[in-house]
Ligand binder design. Structure first.
Ligand code: F6R
Length: 610
């Protein structure tokens, strides 16, 4: 989603702002822009497409000044064109904005009635127009006008503004979307996250929900939602030391797929005592023992991780689970249990729907747990108990390592719930702990399938539709595999429960629709394989992913088009190792198709709007 960078420095800022924006590219965007103040006057440059276009514009028409704000825009209201790109400006003010102004139509109408002319189709433009109106018609100071406008704006947003004639003033506010302030020597910075500020400083202060701030070159004042001046803790961010480079890989996604053995191990080590062969949760955990029901919610890939975990919670802890995508759960009229807990899963910890679903569950008295990759995020802060996934920064828009680390955390939680509820004895706990500790090695083994997957990808790239089938824990994984393929290769793909095939999707089968069958050698193996044979009987070409023994058994009913031998693993934990070939297949297919793997079209990394 949109990214914000702002700098007040001693020297020219447009270059550094551009560097900061480059570090926000991973969030997804389709236009960009920078505004500065030079010799007291506001100036701006904007461009459509990648930041190279803005860089080119800046080469042709340089932007001077030691104060400025920059923005990468992911279009919500209005097409991605120069007029709709940020910063939006009037003669007196330039504004960058992340999020949505929900009452923009009403504000726009009332400003138009006062004679204000709008030039863009965006919701954002009401902000500079409103502030300009308060400055000019009500004779307010920049701070008063900014405060006044904040009181009228509804929605979830982060904004930053600079003012004509004010070379030592940036005003910013956070409501819903994160903002980080950074302190340098005689320089001040602000950004959508600490990564954006990593080239400049590691001394980071996060604004809290409802905060707004006055930033000057030598310091800042922060105010809370009641306009009371407050102190916010400075922390040393490790974003600067986090390797925000591709580590020799062609894409962040490739690097992140290959990091999985290590980061899954890192995540498991936070929850497992390998000597005692026990699972250990942080002190502030959920009271699994007395729960009537667990509700799980998330979006996209994180939701599929939750769906896999539902099987684990039900089987190991005999705990009833209600699960839904966050955009639905937040509006459902659910009968919430008296003794209930709700678990929210999010890589970024900022996803608007997941956050809203969390607040809904909290309002209904549920204990709130969060499985989160960004510990300083809003969802992490609002949860009663936070369960980190130690995946490290995930930059590729398509989630890979965050997914398997979510699985690692969720498996440990489900196991702990099983122990707490008396359904897992010490022997089974030890067995499952041993099996989990094997996952990093097996993940590494799964990665060695890459050359074979690369070959298959050349053929898969010719397809325009692909089906993924699985049963049990492989059913959500089939949906995740299909999501990976569609989002980065733009090939239409769907995941189905294999048993559902006959109820409709089988009508799609012909020799042009490859079917990817995820069939770990578990108690449902024979059922899934007979679904595969139904496809083959209708001329469909199948790629079977199974264990060596499974593939041998399946071949008795006729050999599939392709097969991939996946390492043997405890049946319940198969999603860890089946996820990796599914990710690699999507990645290599996208390479063949020549798409933008790390920043697929129309997608954003952190979806901070509804
Ligand atoms: C898909 C993908 C998305 C995210 C979803 C939730 O590859 O990355 O489906 O999983 O937008 O994002 P988080 O986990 O940040 O809440």
């Amino acid at each position: 989603m949109c990214g914000i960078v702002g700098i007040i420095a001693k020297a020219e800022v447009s270059g550094p702002i551009l560097d900061g924006l480059k570090r926000l590219e991973y969030r997804g965007y389709d236009s960009s822009g920078i505004a500065t103040i030079h010799a007291g006057r506001l100036e701006r440059r904007r461009a459509v497409g990648k930041l190279q276009a803005l860089e080119q514009t800046l080469r042709e028409r340089p932007l001077h000044g030691a104060i400025g704000i920059g923005h990468t825009r992911w279009a919500t209201h209005g097409a991605p064109n120069v007029t709709n790109a940020h910063p939006h400006a009037t003669e007196t003010i330039a504004v960058v904005h992340n999020g949505i102004i929900e009452n923009f139509a009403e504000l726009r109408e009332s400003l138009i009635a006062k004679g204000v002319a709008f030039e863009s189709e965006t919701d954002t433009e009401v902000i500079p127009q409103l502030i300009n109106h308060l400055l000019v018609s009500h004779n307010m100071s920049p701070v008063e006008a900014f405060q006044g406008a904040l009181k009228k704006l509804q929605g979830a947003f982060a904004i930053a503004a600079i003012f004509d004639g004010e070379e030592d003033l940036i005003l910013c506010a956070r409501r819903g979307s994160p903002l980080a302030l950074g302190r340098g020597e005689g320089e001040r910075f602000l950004g959508s996250d600490a990564y954006a500020l990593a080239p400049f400083t590691n001394r980071i202060t996060y604004l809290k929900e409802g905060d707004w701030a006055i930033i000057r070159q030598d310091g800042w004042q922060i105010f809370d939602a009641t306009d009371t001046e407050v102190e916010r803790r400075e922390q040393l961010s490790d974003a600067a030391s986090a390797l925000i480079d591709k580590g020799g890989y062609r894409h962040f996604m490739a690097k992140e797929i290959h990091e999985q053995p290590e980061v899954i191990g890192h995540t498991l080590s936070a929850y497992i005592d390998p000597v005692a062969r026990k699972v250990t949760l942080p002190d502030r955990a959920l009271d699994f023992k007395n729960l009537e029901r667990l509700t799980i919610s998330a979006c996209g890939t994180a939701f599929y991780a939750g769906q896999i975990a539902k099987y684990w919670f039900e089987e190991w802890a005999r705990l009833p689970v209600e699960i839904d995508i966050a955009s639905e759960l937040r509006y459902r009229v659910l009968p919430w249990p008296k003794q209930g807990a709700a678990l929210f899963i999010s890589q970024s910890g900022e996803t608007a729907d997941t956050l809203a679903a969390l607040r809904e569950a909290k309002a209904h008295g549920q204990q709130i747990g969060a499985v989160i990759n960004v510990p300083e995020s809003t969802i992490a802060r609002e949860a009663d108990a936070c369960f980190p996934t130690n995946a490290g920064p995930e930059i590729g828009v398509a989630s890979t390592k965050a997914f398997t680390c979510q699985l690692a955390t969720l498996a440990c939680l489900a196991l702990a719930a099983g122990v707490a509820r008396g359904h897992i004895d010490a022997k089974r706990e030890g067995e499952l702990v041993d099996a989990l500790l094997e996952v990093p090695r097996l993940a590494l083994e799964a990665i060695t399938l890459e050359p074979q997957i690369e070959q298959i990808a050349h053929e898969l790239a010719q397809a325009s539709d692909v089906l993924y089938l699985g049963r049990g824990v492989s059913f959500p994984l089939a949906m995740e595999g299909a999501l990976k393929l569609k989002e980065i290769s733009y090939i239409h793909a769907e995941g189905y429960g294999a048993g559902e095939l006959k109820h409709g999707p089988i009508a799609l089968i012909d020799e042009k629709v490859p079917v990817i069958v995820l069939a770990p050698d578990d108690r449902l193996f024979e059922k899934t394989v007979s679904n595969m044979q139904e496809v083959m009987a209708r001329g469909g070409c199948c790629l079977l992913m199974s264990s060596a023994a499974g593939i041998e058994r399946a071949k008795r009913g006729g050999a599939p088009w392709q097969s991939l031998v996946i390492p043997d693993i405890d049946q319940a934990l198969s999603p860890f190792v089946y996820a990796i070939p599914a990710q690699l297949l999507a990645y290599h297919t996208a390479l063949v198709k020549g798409t933008d793997v790390d920043q697929p079209r129309n997608l954003a990394k952190s979806v901070t709007v509804e």
